[in-house]
Design a protein around this ligand. Structure first.
Ligand code: SDX
Length: 447
């Protein structure tokens, strides 16, 4: 990708108390990214004299590119599959909808981590290494088993990862490419096993070991649903659904949790510590915890209460937000939501289960009502990945409090790629400025 820089408009700033030179002139350079988006290169401000110009971007840094990246790209809108205006998400240039349909989560993970799709040999080696590292150690199992069974799965996962850090951090040298790569494989391999172990602990059941004969998604479902007494062989359709859910959640540019992972990596911290920090960010109800909130929201209403919930979401005095709607980047349907919506409908149609289909009916009615409402239309608020992902996971029999962990298990591939990119680029420590409006200096004069 060529980076075009050109001198942008000059910036003339009034300078106080300097009659000889009442104005100061700055030259700002523009940079253009791969898709022609223009950025003011903040470092290009020529600092004439000692006046410094900074950028104030205090609504969630929405106008700021914190770092350069080549991993994924999000087009806010611009696709129009079967008449539904939607955004576009590319992993290393490949459309995520194509990847979810025609490849597997592991192939997409390899692509996200390495920049290119794997050859047959590369994929065999990658998946064999993952299989060989699925098991978790006794110490991590014991950490999980210490928790009260009602503890939220994400809290237990944080502790389990801290136990992995205790075990591996001295073993791996973060300055070594090979060590970092080996640790990345371990993390991708163990996240499903830890997730399944947490579920078994919450259900007061004994854990089930990984099955070498099964692929990544099939083995994940096996560890979640088989018991010591009975091995559950999942429907191939469900295996494909879980694999697609993982692919769709694997990476999403500088989402809050990925930004946190990169921030912690920029401090020279080890990989597992970056993942723990990212998991904590992801668990927030406005981020990766939204899939759980969507299902709780839908379970809590009947279709005739939909107008009330829409009005609550629109009421500026009410902190309630319509979970699963809105996105910082997309101003059309989240392309992942389009795939997940179809997936969910197909599984529910075949399952004839009462509960998910009632909730799905409410979801579709709620979506229809919101998409017709001026408030949502004017703010370009569309369903995001979380609106249907919880429903899709529910139809697979995955309990609600595990939804953010399924999300985190998938996003571990994206986080690892960003941590590596941040390290490899030699990024400066992430330390933004502030917009200070507090006291100027005042002496401690005692009354
Ligand atoms: C994920 O960033 C990523 O990439 C994240 C993610 C990923 O893959 O990693 O895509 C995954 O986290 C998806 C988002 C899941 N969260 C939710 O579904 C929670 C509900 N959504 C909102 O909280 C909100 O839309 C956010 C947090 C997702 C985005 O917030 P922004 O970009 O800061 O939007 P905003 O608060 O500036 O909203 C602009 C306006 C405001 O109204 P006004 O002040 O202009 O009158 O839209 C309103 C907001 O009040 N608004 C909503 C709303 N989302 C925005 N109003 C009601 N319900 C909502 N859901």
């Amino acid at each position: 990708m060529s980076e075009m820089t050109q001198v942008a408009a000059k910036l003339t700033i009034p300078v106080n108390n300097n009659p000889e030179k009442p104005h100061q002139e700055y030259e700002l350079e523009l940079s253009e990214d791969s898709y022609g988006n223009l950025f003011i290169d903040a470092d290009s401000i020529n600092q004439l004299g000692n006046t410094r110009i900074l950028f104030k971007d205090t609504k969630g840094m929405r106008n700021t590119a914190a770092d350069e990246s080549k991993i994924s790209y999000i087009k806010p809108s611009g696709n129009n599959d079967n008449g539904v205006p939607q955004g576009i998400l590319l992993y290393r240039g490949f459309d995520v909808k194509q990847l979810a349909t025609h490849s597997t989560f592991l192939e997409s993970s390899y692509l996200i981590l390495n920049g290119e799709p794997p050859s047959k040999e590369e994929f065999k080696q990658f998946s064999d290494e993952l299989k060989a590292n699925r098991i978790i150690d006794k110490q991590t199992e014991e950490v999980i088993n210490q928790f009260d069974r009602q503890t939220h799965a994400t809290t237990i996962m944080s502790a389990a990862l801290a136990s992995l850090a205790a075990r591996y951090e001295d073993k791996y040298n973060m300055a070594s490419d090979e060590d970092r790569q080996e640790l990345a494989i371990r993390m991708i391999a163990k996240m499903p096993t830890i997730t399944a172990h947490i579920l078994k602990h919450q259900q007061d059941q004994r854990t089930v070991s990984p099955d070498e004969e099964l692929g990544h998604a099939a083995n994940f479902l096996h560890m979640l649903f088989s018991t010591q007494a009975k091995k559950v062989v999942s429907d191939p359709k469900h295996i494909k659904v879980l694999d697609m859910i993982l692919t769709l959640h694997a990476e999403h540019s500088f989402a809050a949790s990925t930004f946190v992972a990169r921030t912690v990596a920029s401090c020279g911290t080890s990989t597992i510590s970056c993942i723990i920090a990212a998991l904590t960010a992801l668990s927030g109800p406005l981020h990766g915890g939204a899939n759980e909130e969507v299902v709780r929201m839908l379970e809590g209403i009947t279709s005739d209460e939909i107008p009330d919930i829409i009005n609550r979401a629109k009421d500026p005095s009410d902190p309630f937000k319509l979970f699963g709607f809105g996105h910082r980047i997309y101003n059309a349907m989240d392309p992942r939501a389009v795939v997940l919506r179809e997936l969910t409908m197909n599984i529910i149609k075949e399952s004839h289960e009462e509960k998910p289909s009632d909730i799905l009916k409410t979801a579709i009615l709620l979506e229809e009502a919101a998409l017709k409402d001026e408030y949502f239309i004017n703010r370009k608020l569309f369903p995001n990945v979380d609106f249907y992902s919880g429903l899709a996971m529910m139809t697979l029999g995955i309990p609600t409090n595990l939804f953010p962990l399924i999300f985190a298990t998938a996003r571990t591939s994206g986080w690892l790629a960003h941590i590596e990119e941040c390290r490899k680029s030699g990024a400066s420590i992430y330390r933004p400025n502030q917009y200070y409006t507090g006291w100027k200096f005042r002496p401690i004069g005692w009354p």
